[in-house]
Write a protein that binds this ligand. Structure first.
Ligand code: KIV
Length: 271
């Protein structure tokens, strides 16, 4: 039986059951109604309204500029297209870094103003208080360790993390802290597959990898990347499941040609 038939409305409980049964979790990002509807119908279990919308929707070079209001706006649009998947909203840069109280207020705002199922925030030890406070109020939190794009200016590059013993130990420790603080699952971004395996084995909560190898409990990709819409971004961990760049460019070329040659619209397409 497909996991689509097995689970109806996806909740945090579903993810725990999936981890226990060894059923892999499929997650993707969405920022708009139509995409959310398509990927929900196609059976992903988790839809992340990621702050990657800063890059792939707004055209910024980092995730830093996106605001709380924008995350809320996009979550509302996404939620209208989703019936089954769990929706998680990324907490944008500076909505939780100032401290647990600010994080708590902003997570509460997301839950009050949108039908989101929970929030995601980046970090380990440094955000443990925030995760604890948010989850204590009954708000599900997804953690995120490894390459955390909101810290790009500290890292200096988007290279993989956890390649030295010291860095790997720190990421593993952060993942454990995130679990202890109450997170229901955790994103592992751009770390060696071996480290992804160790973390996945040692944590009870599911790990969702992006560039973290084949041993994670689930996988997430940025939807425009996996659909081949973002050809300028070609890291090793992105597989193109479609070539929508070509599809769209060809469709637009054909349309323009038809308009210019008075082949569109026809009589049947007119009133
Ligand atoms: O913002 C995002 O899309 C993310 C995923 C890459 C996990 O955080």
């Amino acid at each position: 039986m497909s996991s689509q038939g097995q689970f109806r409305k996806i909740t945090t409980q579903t993810f725990m059951i999936m981890k226990q049964k060894g059923i892999r979790i499929s997650a993707l990002t969405a920022y708009d109604f139509i995409t959310a509807k398509l990927i929900d119908n196609a059976g992903v279990e988790l839809i992340l309204v990621g702050d990657s919308l800063s890059n792939v929707f707004q055209g910024n070079s980092t995730t830093l500029p996106v605001t709380m209001d924008e995350m809320i706006y996009h979550t509302k649009a996404v939620a209208k297209g989703v019936q089954r998947a769990m929706i998680i909203t990324d907490m944008p840069f500076m909505s939780y870094q100032p401290g647990a109280d600010e994080a708590f207020r902003n997570a509460g705002r997301i839950m009050k103003e949108t039908p989101s199922g929970g929030v995601k925030l980046e970090g380990g030890k440094n955000v443990a208080d925030a995760i604890h406070k948010i989850t204590s109020a009954g708000i599900p939190v997804m953690g995120h360790v490894g390459l955390t794009p909101q810290s790009i200016h500290q890292f200096g590059s988007y290279r993989e993390r956890g390649t030295t013993e010291e860095e790997a130990a720190e990421i593993l420790n952060d993942a454990k802290i995130v679990e202890e603080a109450g997170a229901f699952c955790i994103v592992l971004e751009k770390i060696p597959a071996k480290l992804g395996q160790t973390i996945s084995k040692q944590l009870k909560i599911p790990t969702i990898g992006i560039g973290a190898g084949m041993y994670c409990d689930g996988q997430i990709l940025v939807t425009p990347d996996m659909l081949g819409l973002n050809k300028d971004f070609q890291p090793r961990f992105v597989r193109h499941y479609a070539d929508l760049t070509n599809e769209i460019e060809n469709a637009v070329r054909k349309y323009t040609e038809d308009v210019k040659n008075s082949k569109f619209p026809t009589e049947q397409e007119s009133y």
